[in-house]
Design a protein around this ligand. Structure first.
Ligand code: FMN
Length: 185
């Protein structure tokens, strides 16, 4: 079987952001699996207009999403919600998210981004995605990673492993289902 193409989506674009550090940790764990090919999707690399009027980056973003089988959204929590650019990116794509699995790695201050993850569960259901049950939440994120980007947190590593197991299961299942019959959405 071909490895699944797993997009790791960095949901923050803020200057001085922690997002790439968290995403690099997710990537390091995912890349240990021969069954996964990682695709980096950093929203800072795309200029997606708020107007939702398509530009060249919109087309490039839609093509990138369309080429992936599964997603991990790496998201901070801003004022108890997801970052605006992440919502805009979700709204920019219509069909290419559909019938694909998604998992969440959130981070923040005291809250660990749990509210951002719960918002994403609502939004991704509307987009016809399948969200996996297990998620990772990192509170006080700035104090968690060492200088090499390592994370000394067995529960988080365990949670990420289960998240990836579930994503892989769904990616294979829905790829077969999509090949057998058009998704009715
Ligand atoms: C505008 C703003 C609002 C924030 N609101 C929350 C919040 O509601 N809950 C929380 O746990 N952390 C909150 N934080 C802390 C961030 O989660 C933390 O700074 C994190 O590093 C942000 O991710 P980023 O560095 O990738 O942008 C907020 C940070 C900013 C900049």
């Amino acid at each position: 079987m071909q490895p699944i193409k797993l997009a790791i989506v960095v949901g923050s674009v803020r200057s001085g952001r922690v997002g790439p550090t968290v995403a690099a940790w997710v990537r390091g764990v995912a890349e240990q699996r021969a069954t996964i090919d990682v695709v980096d999707v950093d929203l800072a690399d795309f200029r997606l207009p708020d107007s939702l009027v398509a530009n060249d980056d919109t087309e490039r973003f839609i093509r990138t999403i369309g080429a992936c089988d599964a997603f991990v959204f790496v998201t901070p929590e801003y004022n108890h919600g997801i970052p605006g650019p992440l919502k805009n990116a979700l709204d920019t794509v219509k069909y290419e998210w559909r019938a694909k699995p998604v998992g969440f790695v959130s981070y923040g201050g005291l809250g660990g981004g749990i509210r951002a993850t719960e918002q994403l569960r609502q939004i991704t259901a509307e987009l016809h995605m399948v969200s996996v049950r297990d998620a990772v939440s990192l509170h006080r994120v700035r104090k968690r990673f060492d200088d090499e980007g390592g994370l000394d947190d067995a529960a988080a590593v365990d949670g990420l492993g289960r998240l990836l197991d579930q994503l892989e299961w769904w990616a294979v299942a829905v790829a077969g289902a999509r090949a057998a019959r058009d998704y009715p959405g």
